[in-house]
Design a protein around this ligand. Structure first.
Ligand SMILES: Cc1ncc(COP(=O)(O)O)c(C=O)c1O
Length: 400
């Protein structure tokens, strides 16, 4: 073993004494001041900033219609319900996602069907989606994994040809483009997340982009108790106590406090994306040519938003498996993560789908080697260098 640094897990010294977190917030003085101004304004829930944010979000993404909501999970459920998804319907989705994409299909009363992924973008494989269509299939729900477009044009073509709806999960995709346009415009609806770690954050929050004005109107109604006017119209200039409840709706509205943060983050969007891209460029050039790693690629025509940086360990190149590798990385003072434990590995989803790993070989292969490295806008180049040093140290030590 001489000449090779000994991993901290094996008794050597760690690369970092103080652990580098997987994520650190990018909120600065501007977000803090915007929240304080909002608190002082008295508009604590839905108010002028929520509508201002909605307009600014649509302008920034060039999407036509939509409503700001309290999470991407809410946006997904709302999308499925306003599109009429119900009991007896099947919705085809991906195993490589967070539970919300699939749980919301259950919450809508429908049955999720998992189709396999492809190993370029790690999103749904269009051929596998087509093969999973039955008489009961009503919609396809793809995820733009990690911040780049999946093969959404092919999915749109299948949906059109087979008479299906398309609901895009764009939780990771704020800032991502395909052929020069922001992603989220292929589906009848597209759900964005503004959760703490996301590329645009409001702490918690989301947005449901809609393909037309009718869907937007229905989503606004269903997302706020089925009431035909929201709080600021009721208590603001246009006054009045009267409202009508037209639907059995949800309480999914965004608040002005969230919108205030969102407006600042929108103004900083380019700066935040550039900072993420810089970290990724540093990783990609340091890891290029290492046979132990399969690096993420950007598909043709896409601008990657780099929500996640996910390399994979190449089979048979290390004496240890991925789980042990992540333990060793953690011992070096680096906090890795993993996106995602496949849906059908979780107890509740497993109870529903059964043991279907064999029918999802690409998802299994991806899971066997994948891991996520720290990637956030305030990550310094020295911190990125330390992550690189730790990864290379482990590859050198554990290489076969
Ligand atoms: C792919 C995907 N979809 C949906 C969600 C749910 O987002 P939210 O936390 O805003 O509800 C997440 C959350 O991380 C996600 O990763």
């Amino acid at each position: 073993m001489s000449g090779r640094a000994v991993p901290a897990l094996e008794g050597g010294s760690p690369v970092r004494a103080e652990r580098l977190p997987f994520f650190r917030s990018s909120f600065g003085d501007a977000e803090i001041e915007a929240v304080l101004d909002t608190l002082k304004s008295g508009w604590l829930t839905v108010g002028p900033k929520t509508s201002k944010f909605s307009d600014a979000f649509l302008a920034a993404t060039d999407l036509p219609f939509g409503v700001p909501v309290n999470s991407c999970s809410s946006a997904l459920l709302l999308a499925l319900k306003v599109l009429g998804i119900d009991e007896g319907d099947e919705v085809i989705t991906t195993p490589n996602t967070f539970t919300a994409s699939v749980s919301m299909i259950h919450q809508a009363g429908a049955s999720p069907v998992l189709a396999d992924i492809e190993l370029n973008t790690y999103g749904l494989d269009p051929a596998k989606v087509e093969a999973a269509i039955t008489d009961r299939t009503r919609a396809i729900l793809p995820v733009h994994y990690g911040g780049q477009a999946c093969y959404i044009e092919a999915l749109r073509e299948i949906a059109d040809r087979r008479g299906l709806l398309l609901v895009e999960d764009v939780a990771h995709g704020f800032g991502a483009e395909l052929h020069g346009r922001h992603i989220g415009h292929h589906g009848e609806a597209a759900a964005f997340s503004f959760y703490a770690t996301k590329n645009l954050s409001t702490g918690e929050g989301g947005y449901l982009a809609c393909a037309n004005a009718e869907l937007e109107e229905e989503a606004a109604l269903m997302g706020f108790h089925g009431m035909d006017r929201d709080a600021w119209k009721r208590y603001g200039d246009r006054g009045g106590w009267y409202y009508e409840v037209k639907r059995f709706g949800y309480k999914f509205n965004m608040t002005d406090i969230q919108a205030a943060m969102g407006l600042v983050q929108l103004a900083r969007a380019e700066e935040l994306r550039d900072a993420r891209t810089k970290v990724v460029d540093q990783y990609q050039s340091a890891f290029a040519g290492r046979e132990e790693l399969i690096l993420p690629i950007t598909r043709e025509g896409a601008l990657h938003a780099w929500h996640l940086y996910v390399p994979r360990l190449a089979k048979g190149t290390l004496r240890i498996g991925r789980d042990e590798f992540l333990k060793a990385l953690t011992a070096e003072g680096i906090s890795p993560s993993l996106h995602f434990i496949p849906i059908h590995h979780h107890p509740v989803h497993r109870a529903y789908h059964g043991d279907i790993g064999e029918s999802l070989p690409a998802a299994e292969e991806f899971y066997e080697g994948c891991f996520s490295l720290p990637l956030f806008p305030t990550q310094t180049s020295q911190e990125t260098d330390q992550v690189i040093e730790a990864v290379l140290k482990l590859l050198d030590f554990y290489g076969t």
